[in-house]
Design a protein around this ligand. Structure first.
Ligand code: BEZ
Ligand code: FE
Length: 312
């Protein structure tokens, strides 16, 4: 609504901040937003507008292309519901989520790199004792014996640290995607022993595709990209007085480590999934063949927090 204050009638038209050509628009928009009280919001929006305007000047979309781009963004919203967040998925396949995770998980002090929480984290995973097995069904797949030590960046071991794990099955489905799996199969909460060690048994996970039935799937197809993530296990490692680590460990024998559709594979997060052909398992007395994985985690001092589960 026009007010007396908003209408500088006394100024000659030539002195008003009006649009003259494509280069003058950015400054006019920045001026319009200059009164934003929240300084962080003001800075973020100014940078966003400046970069988006520069992007459009570079790409020079036609009107039809601009309409298609807006329709794509609207379709992300339409495809988002209780069990699928297409907006987050779009951020994942464009590398935005991994970039933000990397920005916020500096490893210079020796902390283990972080990785995406992902859309399949659920609360209330079963609590297990070290050595227990997180497999609740008899689905086929080779056993995997996972062990390691949780340390602080000063090298001290962390007893009673929480190690929470979740993973997809040998056919690449999480429990909540697969009616044949028991509730909270392949999920578990463990705690390290007095020496900071944890160990548990699971089944070797498979890689899996992200959802492709929405606009993100259409984009991936147009880019001739496969929709798969390499086989991995998710971890949350937490201890009082230390910054919680949300991360993933990837199977070193996966042939798509370099083409993870979400760009999540940090070099330090590739674990040695060793196939053992003879002998008995390190605990549990199972016959070969099986896999072992040894992976240590390092936490930095900071605040212990817990992520909000994106699904029930
Ligand atoms: C996951 O690792 O669970 C995941 C991460 C991003 C998109 C889809 C799945
Ligand atoms: Fe995953």
């Amino acid at each position: 609504m026009e007010t007396q204050q908003a209408r500088p009638a006394s100024k000659p038209v030539s002195a008003l901040s009006l649009i003259e050509d494509e280069d003058s628009i950015t400054e006019v928009v920045l001026q319009a937003m200059a009164g934003t009280e929240d300084q962080r919001l003001r800075g973020v929006m100014a940078a966003l507008v400046s970069h988006l305007h520069a992007f459009l000047r570079e790409v020079r979309p036609t009107d039809e292309e601009f309409e298609r781009a807006l329709a794509f963004i609207a379709a992300l919203g339409h495809a988002t519901h209780a069990t699928n967040n297409e907006v987050v998925l779009a951020a994942d396949v464009l590398g935005l989520s991994t970039l933000v995770t990397t920005i916020n998980n500096n490893t210079k002090g020796g902390r283990t790199p972080g990785a995406l929480l992902g859309p399949f984290y659920r609360a209330n995973a079963p609590r297990y004792a070290c050595g227990d097995c997180v497999v609740q069904d008899d689905s086929p797949g080779l056993p995997l014996f996972v062990s390691g030590t949780v340390r602080a960046t000063d090298g001290s071991v962390l007893p009673a640290a929480m190690v929470e794990v979740w993973q997809a099955s040998p056919v690449g489905l999480y429990d909540n995607q697969d009616p044949r799996q028991p509730d909270r199969n392949l999920r578990g909460v463990f705690h390290t022993d007095a020496d900071g060690n944890y160990h548990f048994r699971t089944v070797r996970p498979a890689g899996y595709p992200v959802p492709t039935n929405g606009p993100v799937g259409t984009l991936l197809a147009a880019q001739r990209r496969h929709p798969y993530r390499p086989a991995h296990i998710h971890f949350i490692v937490a201890a009082p007085g230390y910054r919680t680590l949300v991360t993933q460990v990837f199977a070193d024998d996966s042939d798509i480590l370099e083409t993870d559709v979400t760009f999540g594979v940090h070099r330090q997060l590739v674990g040695a999934f060793q196939r053992v052909e003879a002998g008995r398992s390190p605990w549990g007395d199972l016959p070969a063949p099986f896999y072992t994985l040894k992976f240590d985690f390092t936490l930095e001092p900071g605040e212990q927090t817990f992520p909000i589960p994106p699904i029930d």
